[in-house]
Design a binder for this molecule. Structure first.
Ligand code: C5P
Length: 400
């Protein structure tokens, strides 16, 4: 629950994307936030207050002249209770109001009266977004410290295609989670490997493992939330790329090795390397270029193997080695084997999965092994563990 204990005031203004704000309200709550909706009068022409009331279980405010509020101070009280105000969708007109400090309805008044951060998700036709007046207003808001989320480019409700679409509700939640995350890795560069590798036997067969890539992707996401510049080298997986992360897809261990080395050579400086991928130790050295056929009485094919490079050990041995973190999936003597592996690979920090069958799951339990000894990160979702691990890596980087 990455937004637990966060109270978000969701401001909905009058654009067609207002229908997506209902989904957004739900997603924010699913991540643990409480949501108070305030709508402009124009927004109520697109969706009704009842929709949001039913979804949030809270009364929706629309009117600054609402006489049922005893002291008439809704604009002060609502904004004081919020940890952040998120306007989604934000029309061109509303951006203009915000940029000029207007306060002619409840939502704009409470934005002006706020002491909390303001996040704004523009949504409008591409010409309206491109208009110099809107661009001026958006730039002014950024200068005023408002967080602009999007817009995105793509199909628009008017039938045109271009810049101006509101970010999808899921992306807005991601941006909100990222907004609240401590920026412990600001201006740091992190390289991560994740997922399995696939070593071909022939064009249609190969050797792989059950790694889903979830832990590595969660770490990439958490590093990004912490403000890092993140490159993720991913083996075969169908997971979506975390927002703002540069992804390089590879298939084999050799390709993963080359992508990692290339990335380290090209980058001016990499601060941390987190090797989460379950890399195959061996590849088939006599892989066939055509599909192997079963022949009558021919028996099984004689596969020969060659050792793959150890990516983590080779990065750790570089003279310009970043801070290296290894992962281990041990089935017995976790602590002893983990310490041995840490020393053998020459890395300062090794993270061991506690228990079997963590592959593919959404949760995990980790043992942190370093020169000082060991400590456990209790069972939690991979996203939560990733954030804890990132805080740890950041503190080690800060100390170095
Ligand atoms: O030796 P073992 O495979 O158990 O080590 C696991 C750690 O080493 C993981 O961090 C994994 O990503 C990394 N590794 C690697 N290249 C290999 C084998 C493992 O980077 N060829």
């Amino acid at each position: 629950m990455e937004l637990a204990n966060r109270h978000i005031l969701l401001g909905v203004t009058g654009g067609v994307a207002a229908y997506k704000a209902a989904e957004l309200a739900r997603e924010l709550q699913r991540h643990g936030a409480t949501v108070q909706v305030v709508m402009t009068e124009a927004a109520t022409r697109f969706v009704t207050a009842v929709t949001f009331q039913a979804l949030t279980g809270r009364r929706v405010f629309t009117d600054q002249w609402d006489s049922s509020i005893p002291n008439n101070m809704a604009h002060i009280e609502l904004s004081r209770q919020a940890d952040a105000i998120l306007i989604a969708p934000a029309t061109a007109d509303f951006l203009a109001k915000l940029a000029h400090g207007r306060a002619d309805d409840l939502l704009s008044t409470l934005c002006l009266a706020r002491s909390c951060p303001l996040l704004v998700a523009p949504a409008m036709n591409r010409e309206m977004w491109a208009n110099l007046a809107t661009q001026r207003n958006a730039a002014q808001l950024v200068e005023d410290g408002v967080a602009l989320l999007g817009p995105d480019s793509g199909d628009q409700a008017c039938g045109e295609t271009g810049m101006g679409r509101m970010l999808e509700p899921q992306d807005l939640v991601e941006e909100t989670v990222a907004f609240f995350a401590p920026k412990a890795l600001a201006s740091r560069r992190v390289l991560i490997t994740a997922g399995p590798t696939f070593e071909p036997i022939d064009p249609v067969r190969g050797i792989t493992n059950l790694s889903s890539g979830k832990m590595g992707f969660a770490i990439a996401r958490a590093c990004r939330h912490a403000g890092a510049d993140v490159t993720l080298v991913a083996g075969p997986t169908t997971l979506p790329t975390p927002r703002g992360v540069a992804r390089i897809d590879v298939t084999t261990a050799q390709q993963m090795f080359e992508a990692v080395t290339g990335s380290l050579d090209l980058a001016p400086r990499t601060d941390a390397f987190v090797a989460v991928a379950a890399v195959a130790d061996w590849r088939v050295s006599n892989a066939s270029t055509s599909k192997l056929k079963k022949t009558e009485g021919g028996g099984p094919p004689a596969l020969q193997f060659a050792e793959n490079p150890d990516i983590l050990a080779s990065v750790a041995a570089r003279p310009d080695a970043p801070y290296c973190v290894g992962f281990a999936a041990e089935s017995e003597n976790l602590e002893k084997n983990g310490q041995d592996k840490r020393t053998r690979k020459g890395v300062p920090l090794l993270v061991a999965n506690i228990g079997h069958a963590t592959f593919g799951r959404d949760d995990n339990e980790l043992l942190i092994i370093d020169a000082q000894g060991t400590r456990t990160l209790e069972r939690a979702s991979k996203n939560v563990l990733a954030a804890q691990l990132v805080a740890l890596i950041a503190s080690r980087l800060g100390a170095s």
